[in-house]
Design a protein around this ligand. Structure first.
Ligand SMILES: CC(C)(COP(=O)(O)OP(=O)(O)OC[C@H]1O[C@@H](n2cnc3c(N)ncnc32)[C@H](O)[C@@H]1OP(=O)(O)O)[C@@H](O)C(=O)NCCC(=O)NCCS
Length: 149
């Protein structure tokens, strides 16, 4: 497994992984969700912007997962999404993406990492807790979590 920064050529893979993971989010939300091309393009553009982060996980030349993030201020960054293809789950791909994100953020002098996760997303919550994120807030559907670096 290897992790690299994303670039403009990754849009088709980004779209493919978002589409593959849509049913996961539909189960969590308990309803049909729409994946609009215009929204995907905006998200992708934001991830590649100056304030954004796009990390790509690879197995050989195959893309297995991705992580997106966003700088909220000089010292705070948000992990906005982490997605791993079904065939590559439970093999440590998300862990490697999380470690790479943390290292990148430390290099930018970020001191607080934040994220939001649905309360019923057990696997993601396990992952975040394992990486030292603590629940800081809760609303009807989701937790806010933070990690101080
Ligand atoms: C959550 C997700 C990213 C995990 O990816 P992954 O590559 O399979 O995770 P890893 O193999 O790196 O697992 C790391 C840790 O995460 C937790 N974890 C991952 N999958 C889990 C599962 N199905 N059940 C319970 N814990 C799980 C465990 O703590 C695991 O550590 P362990 O193996 O020592 O128990 C993946 O399941 C996914 O893409 N889900 C759909 C999208 C999603 O919900 N993203 C989060 C949005 S907030």
């Amino acid at each position: 497994m290897m992790i690299r920064l994303g670039n403009n050529n990754d849009y088709d893979s980004y779209k493919e992984i978002r589409a593959e993971c849509l049913p996961d989010f539909e189960i969590l939300a308990g309803k049909k969700l729409l994946l609009k091309e215009e929204d995907l393009k905006l998200e992708f553009k934001q991830a590649l912007s100056k304030r954004g982060v796009l990390l790509i996980a690879l197995d050989g030349n195959k893309i297995t997962g991705l992580l997106t993030g966003l700088m909220k201020s000089r010292s705070k960054a948000c992990l906005t999404d982490i997605l791993v293809k079904h065939a590559y789950r439970l093999k440590g791909c998300a862990e490697e993406l999380m470690n790479a994100f943390e290292a990148l953020m430390k290099g930018r002098n970020v001191t607080t990492l934040m994220l939001g996760v649905r309360i019923n997303n057990k696997s993601a919550i396990q992952l975040y807790k394992k990486h030292g994120y603590k629940i800081t807030n809760k609303d009807s559907h989701s937790y806010s979590m933070e990690k101080i670096l």
